[in-house]
Design a protein around this ligand. Structure first.
Ligand SMILES: [Zn+2]
Length: 197
């Protein structure tokens, strides 16, 4: 599905940015390139087949976007509003999200493994078959969301609420949970242990 080339900088394993031979870390004048990407992402509703690793974005309204088969790994998002967006088959691994909104989003088959979330609001969303393995989340809320088959294995969750969620097959194996609220959710249908242990 992804059809990305590797950055031509010697030893770099990142994918090259869409339209360039290098990743954003290794493009000269990357500030101009980022500004062009920012304008493109703002203008287009469909963001498909984009590879923009190492992006950093702040204070943007990305509501009602359709992000599909795209890679934003190793990126930083501060005060971004993704509400009402659809995010499918995309990569956001090892990224940081601070004060971001994901209200009423549809997130499917998307990978946030190793990312950090601080003060993020995912309420009233469908976040299914997605990967939150090893994430660190603090002061976040997933209330009123469907988290069917989403995987929080090894996640460190601190002050995170899952109130009135569908947690069927949601995997919390080996997660660290410090002040986590599952009120009104079917947490008995979630996975916390492995049967062979
Ligand atoms: Zn590179």
């Amino acid at each position: 599905m992804f059809n990305f080339d590797i950055c031509k900088h010697e030893g770099c394993k990142s994918y090259s940015a869409t339209g360039y031979d290098y990743c954003l870390l290794h493009i000269n004048e990357s500030a101009d390139v980022i500004e062009n990407y920012r304008k493109t992402v703002m203008k287009q509703n469909l963001i498909r087949n984009y590879n923009i690793e190492h992006l950093s974005l702040a204070n943007e309204d990305l509501q009602n976007k359709y992000i599909i088969v795209s890679n934003f790994s190793n990126s930083a998002f501060v005060d971004i509003d993704f509400s009402e967006s659809k995010i499918l088959f995309s990569l956001f691994q090892f990224s940081t999200f601070k004060n971001c909104k994901f209200n009423r989003t549809i997130i499917k088959y998307t990978n946030f493994a190793g990312s950090t979330f601080e003060g993020c609001d995912f309420s009233e969303s469908d976040i299914v078959n997605s990967n939150f393995i090893g994430v660190e989340a603090a002061d976040c809320n997933f209330n009123d969301s469907n988290l069917y088959y989403t995987n929080f294995t090894n996640a460190a969750l601190s002050n995170v609420t899952f109130v009135d969620c569908n947690l069927k097959k949601t995997d919390f194996y080996r997660s660290k949970r410090d002040v986590v609220n599952f009120k009104y959710s079917n947490y008995e249908e979630a996975e916390f242990e492995r049967s062979w242990e």
